[in-house]
Design a protein around this ligand. Sequence first.
Ligand SMILES: [Zn+2]
Length: 227
Amino acid sequence: MSPASRLFAAISIVVAGAPLMSAQCSGYDSVPLWIWNPLFYQSSLSGTQITDLAASVSGWNNAQTALTISTNPYDDIDVSVDNSITDLGDTYIYPMAPYTGCANQYDGCGVCRNSNVIAYVDIKVSTTLIATEAAAYTSWTADQRLTSVLSHELGHALNLKDLGGSPTNCLQTSIMYLGNGAYTCNFIVAQSYCDGGDVNAAYSDAYFEDWDLDDPDFCGYCNQGAC
Ligand SMILES: [Zn+2]
């Protein structure tokens, strides 16, 4: 085999492999992303909703290795019930610019806190709509449906995209399906192949700041000049 034909063969393998992954997985938006690890969540949920949220968080921690989600002491991801929304769940990502006083300021570790950096995320769920839908799809309880919605929205909180269509391979697919796609494969939490793979890819080059005030390498605040 000549060098030229070896090169051609290598390129063919790469090109043939790429569409298979994108057809099954949602992928992610390259910005904005988190610069902290672990991420912390707080919620105003009550009763079994708290257990449902913990299960969805565990699902993400098990599916990927890029970052850890834990509860308290910070409110990076805030989860609440809002029965005025028209979706089962909504996720709102607020980047450093323009939503914080740190907008376009360097911090002590040289990171520019701009629109590429997530400051905080709000997740809202409609428990009214979730209960109505769970009753229509009797294979799942309202708690299971809430867990799946929270899992989907947490995917958005990590900046994963939605996934259209219907699952064709339940071993290689995603909690990020729109609508009722998750029912087909009985997905309640994040899946390793797509969801974990997408988060690992999104944060493969991430620089995570230490956010422990007691540590000597604490990055300080965003008072190091404009950027
Ligand atoms: Zn979505």
